[in-house]
Design a protein around this ligand. Structure first.
Ligand code: SAH
Length: 256
């Protein structure tokens, strides 16, 4: 686990107090990197007040003009949502998200994405997420305060770090047990996944090619690109696989 590789992305947050509260719980759980996509008001005294002693996270927060910009450098993007989506997405529990993010952060940059207070994440935004996290709640009142959602997801991260540390401790007594673990991690993480930027370039390339070959008419089938993005997010492409797909698209365009 490398907490430096994990960022929290908050999109279009309306209440500055929620940004401060999120910064506070992040610092409680050992995280530092806060990205704010077009916050309604930031910096803001309410954010600073709610952050309490975590105003260092606020002063280092990266304010971005687009979601894509906030995802730069990331290889794993996990969104959070209170509601079911029209397009079937892969949902994971916050606990699983904690374990997955902890594992991936050893090698890759991970983004945990939180939506607008009233409307959450758009379908376009969930289309850039590999998986969606849902925190189980009362079905009749399922929407958590956004900073509370940040609290629960980052708490799970902290718990998975502790579990990992316990495993390491118990293995250190027996020589062979402690040497087996790092090998396993290295083999599992030896794969180079495609970065979020490269995935976005690929989607643009794919969209343009589909338009060129007359398969896609954006006005008639607005759901096609979200569906295609969903397929590729589910698969979690490796960089080498992405290169093959880009090669096929380039060749197709050349032949036209
Ligand atoms: N109607 C919105 C609610 C937004 S609540 C929606 O459907 O998502 C603001 C943000 O808090 C959400 O975008 C999400 O990031 C987080 N959140 C709230 N409740 C959640 C839950 N039960 N599980 C996961 N994330 C949740």
């Amino acid at each position: 686990m490398n907490f430096e590789n994990i960022r929290v992305v908050m999109i279009n947050t309306s209440h500055p107090g929620n940004i401060g509260a999120a910064a506070r719980v992040m610092k409680n759980m050992g995280l530092k990197r806060l990205y704010l996509v077009e916050p309604k008001s930031f910096p803001n005294y309410e954010a600073t007040a709610m952050a309490s002693g975590a105003d260092d996270l606020l002063s280092q927060a990266v304010v971005c003009s687009s979601f894509e910009q906030a995802l730069q450098g990331c290889h794993l993007v996990l969104g959070t949502t209170a509601r079911e989506r029209k397009i079937q997405h892969e949902f994971i529990a916050a606990r699983e998200a904690g374990i997955l993010s902890a594992e991936e952060s050893v090698q890759y940059e991970v983004a945990l994405v939180f939506g607008r207070e009233r409307t959450g994440l758009t379908n376009e935004e969930t289309g850039l997420c590999h998986k969606l996290i849902n925190i189980p709640t009362n079905p009749e009142y399922s929407s958590l305060n956004v900073a509370s959602a940040v609290q629960i997801v980052t708490y799970e991260l902290m718990m998975s770090l502790r579990a990992q540390m316990n495993t390491d401790d118990s293995g250190s007594g027996s020589g062979s047990g402690s040497s087996a673990e790092p090998d396993k991690i290295e083999t599992e993480s030896g794969v180079e996944y495609a970065s979020s930027e490269n995935m976005q370039r690929f989607y643009q390339h794919l969209e343009q090619t589909l338009i060129d070959i007359d398969f896609l008419k954006i006005k008639q089938s607005p759901q096609l690109m979200p569906k295609l993005r969903h397929i590729y997010n589910r698969v979690r492409l490796e960089q080498e696989e992405l290169n093959i797909l880009r090669g096929i698209l380039s060749k197709t365009q050349k032949l036209l």
